[in-house]
Design a protein around this ligand. Structure first.
Ligand SMILES: [Zn+2]
Length: 439
């Protein structure tokens, strides 16, 4: 089996380990085989092909974007600074009614380029026409946990709900043994899916041991709506329907009280925290330190790029820690190391990719290399601080998924970025025309 060696100025093998300076990683096939000092590793594996970042590279585990609707790159900047409901009802929903598979495909392709350039190697995605996103994941080599968004009302993607469930089932079957791709069942939210839909989604997921992914407790309006409809708050509503368990991944979890945090912890529910989307849509700030304290697996997500407006996980890490410090009036809360943990090992665990998130023997060779030659990345005292507080998405020199370089020497393999940008620009003109016709 082919062996590769990556040498680096410094390697962060895991968020809870000390960084290794002048280190080297050995990759055999798709996994990490060894890690150690450069001199020793180069002697031990003389046949391996060497990729040299020894002067200016910092290697770290590939980042995990735990919640997005990545094809919404096509709506980036279409309408901003609006309340959630008028943004949705006047702009997003009217255009999504006319959504085309081709739009979702090119939107996802642009998104994968953007994510790779910010060091993302695994992402969770829920959208309409999700088979198009699946196609992009297959073509590009990135890892994904993907699912078609399910609603009580007809979807432009599949029509009536029953067809959405059938589509999800066939995807679960088709990709049961895929090395990089898993399917999840995605009832959109408790206000778009009634109890019957949620029960059907859960039953389907259970047959395949799959994740269920849902937006939950995102803002006060949602709490009020669910309380008015069912006489209880969203977590208790899901408990009564039977959805709470270790296979449930919720997005947001902003409006959670102490007893709800305990409830989610007891049932080992996973949470995808999306700080920038929560700030932009004025939803609030999730109680991340309290969730971590309670032992909840908290991951980090960007949410759709139309409510962020980017897919930059490095920026998301920085926002996640800064907003907690600012609201707790406590500088020690959610330190750089811990927030990297959310974006790597905890993210991978939340998505059910237990083999990812650390660079240790036996783990998947999913990693990114930071280019240390930049002015704003100089000098280097603490690798964790540098990564979380100073690094930006343009600083990533290389990205590897499953032992293959997807980004190397400035080029993304198996994805033509110029063509992709051109296609999305053309789509944005179609969207402009559509909105103009609506007047
Ligand atoms: Zn979302």
């Amino acid at each position: 089996m082919s062996q590769k060696i990556i040498t680096a100025k410094v390697i962060i093998s895991a968020w809870d380990k000390e960084p290794l300076f002048e280190g080297a990683l050995v990759i055999e096939g798709e996994v990490i085989k060894d890690i150690g000092p450069q001199e020793k590793i180069l002697k031990l594996y003389p046949e391996a092909q060497v990729f040299d970042f020894a002067q200016n590279g910092m290697v770290f585990p590939g980042l995990v974007n735990a919640h997005t609707h990545c094809s919404m790159t096509i709506f980036r900047g279409l309408a901003d600074d609006l309340p959630l409901m008028s943004w949705l009802e006047n702009y997003i929903f009217p255009v999504e009614k006319h959504l085309k598979p081709r739009w979702v495909y090119w939107g996802a392709k642009l998104a994968v380029a953007e994510m790779l350039r910010s060091g993302v190697t695994l992402f969770a995605d829920m959208y309409i026409f999700e088979p198009e996103v699946i196609r992009v994941v297959e073509e590009t080599g990135i890892r994904g946990l993907l699912g078609e968004g399910l609603f009580d009302f007809p979807s432009p993607g599949y029509g009536p709900l029953e067809k959405g469930l059938a589509l999800t089932e066939s995807l679960l079957r088709d990709f049961e043994r895929h090395p990089r791709l898993k399917i999840m069942v995605c009832p959109h939210a408790t206000y778009t899916c009634g109890p019957e839909t949620l029960k059907k989604a859960k039953a389907l997921a259970e047959r395949f041991g799959a994740r269920v992914h849902i937006h939950l407790s995102e803002n006060r309006d949602e709490i009020n709506m669910i309380e008015a409809r069912y006489g209880k708050r969203p977590p208790e509503h899901l408990l009564d329907i039977g959805l709470l368990d270790e296979n449930l991944l919720i997005a947001h979890g902003v409006e959670l009280n102490k007893s709800e945090i305990d409830l989610l912890s007891r049932y080992q529910v996973k949470v995808a925290h999306c700080p920038e989307s929560n700030l932009k849509l004025a939803s609030g700030i999730a109680p991340v330190p309290a969730m971590l304290e309670a032992g909840i697996t908290v991951a980090l997500g960007t949410d759709g790029p139309a409510s962020n407006n980017d897919l930059d996980l490095l920026g998301e890490m920085r926002t996640a820690t800064l907003i907690q410090k600012g609201t707790h009036l406590e500088a020690t809360v959610l330190p750089a190391r811990q927030v990297l943990g959310l974006a790597t090992e905890l993210g991978a665990k939340a998505l059910g990719f237990e083999q990812c998130g650390r660079l240790e023997p036996g783990y998947a060779a999913d990693l990114a290399v930071l280019d240390l030659t930049k002015s704003h990345l100089t000098p280097l005292y603490d690798p964790f601080s540098l990564l979380v507080y100073s690094a930006k998405s343009g600083d990533i020199a290389a990205v590897m998924v499953g032992g293959d370089f997807l980004l190397y020497e400035g080029q993304i393999k198996s994805l033509d970025e110029d063509q992709t940008r051109g296609e999305v620009l053309a789509i944005s003109q179609e969207i402009r025309d559509l909105l103009r016709q609506k007047g």
